[in-house]
Design a protein around this ligand. Sequence first.
Ligand SMILES: [Ca+2]
Length: 262
Amino acid sequence: MDQERPLKDALVDSANVDQCGGGVSPCSRSPCQNSAACVEDPGSLHGYTCHCSEGYSGVNCQHKPGVCNMIQPCQNGGACVGEGHDYTCLCPIGYTGQHCEHVVHKIGASAAFNEHSWVELNRTLLPQEAGIPQVISLELRTRRPNSLLLWYGQDPTVRGQGQDYISIAVKDGFVEFGYELGGGPTLLRSKSRVDDGQFHTLRVERTGQQGILILDREAPQAAQSPGQLHMLNTDGNIYIGEWCIQTELLHSHHHLFVYFKV
Ligand SMILES: [Ca+2]
């Protein structure tokens, strides 16, 4: 039975799809909201620029006037996100507090996170050389059964599906160390749960296709990635701390040490 359904409702994923019939003005779709004026701008990402009414902001002027753009409450270069009276300051590294007003004197000792925070570390902290293990050590204490602790993959502007990555997560209470080198994903999982509010020590290593996970005093678990590829091809940085409350960062060559505490 044929049914007519809007194409966009059935889409799962897409890339670089544009509308047919070149020459149609990007402003003809009326992308600008809240009485903003639309001006064609071939040099911009979307082909147009919205000139917002007083107090509105955002690419399409979709953000209503609020604390963010009226009093700009975030200090020390913090970015304000939110609408109306509901806002959050995203503080640059080295600052914390509701308005980024507190200086963090010793990042190496502790960095405070909330559930919307993360740290982006330069990928050069975890270099790759043939035959030398990439080692990541964690100490974590959590009662959360699901959290992403570390992600090292492609640049966020690049489509990451099927691309190389390293990830460390707590899934259903167990630690999972995953990586992809191009031949298919590999996943190592701890035998014990870690979401018991106690401290746990985790060490993961990757040397070529070989991966090792060691949790506390468990016997090391090892796996070999499928296929023939053995290089980790990543151009993004290392992200940690999405759901973590405190971390301590130390590093030496090829070894990243992260300390998580909830
Ligand atoms: Ca690869």
